[in-house]
Design a protein around this ligand. Structure first.
Ligand code: GLU
Length: 394
């Protein structure tokens, strides 16, 4: 199957994520020439009728320069104060730069609950849609001034992917100082090969980004691949490209090097998109091989196939479903509280009433509430991934 990589201009709704270092220089502050150049790129896309949303980092970096804070780690309240000062100038800069092309900007600051709680998610989505309807460009960032470690996204890559799925975007562009995905970190491994097209985020691709269990991200690639999983599952393509040149979007259109992640061929429903993109599942269910195969063929997860249960979740919470090798394969809304789930794990559905004292749902996670998020039957798929990568090495 040949995968057709479309130009940015062939999409309908595009989210552009911009890393702090592109926008803000530690010493001199805002890089206004760069900002004006990307705003012109955005204006060109908008002139073609494309909706554009921007996820802009840089509040803390900007605040640091405005306040002239020393380099080194900041305490939580210091970085929150820096974000408060920086965000206001960042937003003004976007608004002024876009207005040169007659474009109106609207600021949206999100906290984790705005995408993780379904009601707030729907509300934030309605605001985004309204802004796009009136032709404005939403300028989005995490609300760093109130976010603390337990309740924050922490990185704008995943935030941008959540925004892309929330807005129903068909393309997410991550601009930073990395021009794309390599088979290994290029500064450490001279044999590292660049990957131009990634048809599917396989286990092998995840390993290139540092592996899910790794503490250290490789140049921020880990969160970018996580973002890719959220976006592509929802049918949204993703591009990782360098933003170091002026007019980075125009440069991509003109063939600058970048990695393109193909959208999933069968995008799931909006509700399943929301389930798949949950950043903090409340628990984990480890299943046996039979259940893994059943999930792969679209069946529900029955208690009989569940081996192990972790976490303190309640009925209807999102849980991650792990294969026998501990890798995440799916996510879904669980039909039982953790305690009940533990009692019926490994048992036949017909026994549920005897064990719990009431006739609960036959499925631990019903297929309507379940979405596949990882590679199933890893061993077979790894070979395919290897072949695909060999063919796509640029
Ligand atoms: N929200 C942070 C800021 O604006 C940036 C987080 C990130 O770059 O991933 O400073």
């Amino acid at each position: 199957m040949t995968l057709l990589r479309k130009a940015i201009g062939d999409h309908h709704r595009v989210v552009i994520k911009i890393g702090s270092a592109l926008l803000v220089d530690r010493k001199t502050g805002l890089k206004s020439a760069w900002l004006d150049a990307i705003c012109d790129d955005i204006a060109e896309l908008k002139a073609k009728g494309i909706d554009v949303l921007v996820v802009s980092s840089g509040a803390i970096a900007m605040g640091r320069t405005v306040l002239d804070l020393p380099s080194g780690a900041l305490k939580l309240e210091e970085s929150q104060a820096a974000a408060a000062v920086g965000q206001i100038s960042l937003a003004r800069a976007w608004s002024q730069s876009l207005s040169r092309d007659g474009i109106v900007a609207g600021q949206i600051l999100l906290t984790l609950g705005d995408t993780e709680e379904r009601r707030r998610y729907l509300n934030a989505r309605a605001t985004l849609n309204q802004l796009l309807k009136i032709g404005a460009v939403p300028i989005i960032n995490e609300n760093d001034t109130v976010a603390t470690s337990e309740i924050r996204y922490g990185d704008n890559d995943r935030l941008a992917a959540r925004v892309a799925t929330m807005a129903g975007a068909d393309l997410l562009v991550l601009l930073s100082d990395i021009d794309g995905l390599y088979t290994a970190p290029p500064h450490l491994d001279p044999q590292a090969k660049f990957l131009e097209v990634i048809p599917e985020i396989t286990a092998e691709i995840e390993e290139m980004a540092g592996g899910p269990a790794s503490e250290l991200s490789r140049g921020g690639m880990r969160t970018k691949i996580d973002a890719g999983k959220i976006a592509t599952t929802a049918g949204c393509a993703m591009i990782i490209a360098s933003g170091k040149t002026d007019h980075p979007l125009r440069a991509i259109e003109e063939g600058a090097r970048s990695s393109w992640f193909a959208p999933s061929g069968t995008p799931v429903t909006a509700r399943k998109t929301w389930i798949a993109g949950q950043l903090q599942p409340a628990g984990e269910l480890t299943v046996d091989e039979g259940a893994e195969i059943a999930l792969g063929s679209g069946k529900s997860l029955l208690p009989a196939g569940v081996r192990q249960i972790e976490g303190h979740f309640h009925r209807a919470d999102t849980v991650a479903i792990l294969g026998p090798d501990g890798r995440e394969i799916a996510r879904g809304l669980v039909s039982y509280d953790a305690e009940e789930a533990r009692q019926i794990a490994g048992r036949k559905s017909g026994e549920i009433e005897d064990i719990l004292g009431y006739a609960g749902r036959a499925a631990m996670v019903h297929r309507d509430d379940l979405v596949i998020t990882g590679p199933i039957g890893r061993r077979n798929r790894r070979d395919d991934a290897r072949k695909e990568n060999a063919a796509n090495v640029g």
